[in-house]
Design a protein around this ligand. Structure first.
Ligand SMILES: Nc1ncnc2c1ncn2[C@@H]1O[C@H](COP(=O)(O)OP(=O)(O)OP(=O)(O)O)[C@@H](O)[C@H]1O
Ligand SMILES: [Mg+2]
Length: 281
């Protein structure tokens, strides 16, 4: 007779099945834990990366702020003595009636003083984040005025094409925006050199952004320079100050707008300024 003591084969089978189930559930749970763990690890890695990027941006911001402060101090210190030099140069010019060597030298000094004064003015604009006086501005008009002001900087073989879509009304400070477009236009003209095409595009991007694009078909910007072009004093030009785009960036940010650059070496560069649109009353 077979003893059924201890539960018998039926119960044993049941126990094995239960154990099997438990084991399977355990395996499933540990698989899920592993996936979750891997997901968490990926999240931690991406957060770490984000933090490192933010730290880099903060560091860059601090550095730029320090540079801006220094630039403002230097500009202030230099402006007064420079003013005196300018005045004395003009006095000499008057004294000699602009004639002879002395007249020519004095004119050279006066011209140099003017160039330096413009540079110092730019340094001050860059250093003192200007507070824009916002009003509804037709950005197409500002672009056209900027173009008239600097058209002479472009070579004869340079074509300027305008593609204005929409009403072009933005909330902005006319004088400051004009500086933005003057700088972008001069850069585009410098980039295309003797012949090329510069396009000015105005368009709406969704309900809450107006886009203004200044695009050229010059040599473009090397990839490794893209994140430095907005840094003050970064220039690749013999006579550049490297303040143009730093000022552009400062002004656009003061408008709570944004600026993007798209460029592929050999394919030109496009600077896209995004501003808040103004609505017609
Ligand atoms: N449209 C462009 N195409 C190619 N490179 C550009 C363009 N715009 C700017 N850059 C690059 O970015 C650099 C910085 O431009 P930024 O306007 O700040 O200074 P700059 O033009 O060199 O001097 P400044 O504006 O003070 O006369 C330029 O020297 C150039 O190398
Ligand atoms: Mg420039």
């Amino acid at each position: 007779m077979i003893s059924e003591k201890g539960g018998g084969p039926m119960v044993e089978r049941l126990q094995v099945e239960l154990l099997n189930d438990a084991f399977n559930s355990f395996q499933e749970a540990s698989r899920q834990l592993e996936t979750q763990y891997a997901r968490l690890e990926r999240r931690v890695a991406s957060l770490k990366k984000e933090l490192a990027e933010k730290n880099r941006a903060l560091e860059r911001h601090r550095r730029l702020a320090a540079m801006g402060e220094m630039a403002a101090k230097i500009a202030h210190e230099i402006r007064n003595p420079l003013g005196s030099i300018g005045i004395f140069a003009s006095l000499i010019e008057e004294e000699v009636d602009g004639a002879g060597k002395a007249g020519r030298y004095a004119a050279h000094i006066a011209k140099g003083v003017k160039t330096l004064d413009t540079l110092l003015g730019n340094m001050l604009v860059f250093a003192r984040v200007p507070e824009p006086r916002l009003a509804a501005v037709d950005v197409r008009e500002v672009l056209d005025e900027a173009l008239t002001a600097v058209r002479g900087c472009a070579a004869d073989g340079v074509k300027v094409l305008r593609d204005y879509r929409g009403d072009g009304l933005v909330m902005g400070d006319r004088a400051l925006l004009s500086q933005v477009f003057v700088n972008l236009l001069i850069n585009a003209f410098d980039a295309v050199g003797r012949s090329g095409t510069v396009r000015l595009i105005v368009r709406r991007s969704g309900a809450d952004r107006a886009e203004i694009e200044v695009r050229d078909d010059g040599p473009g910007i090397p990839r490794d320079q893209l994140d430095r072009i907005f840094d003050p004093f970064h220039t690749t030009k013999e006579k550049g100050t490297g303040l143009g785009l730093a000022i552009v960036d400062t002004i656009v940010k003061a408008h709570r707008g944004s600026i993007d650059v798209k460029s592929r070496p050999g394919k030109g560069a496009a600077f896209i300024v995004r501003l808040a649109p103004a609505h017609r009353e």
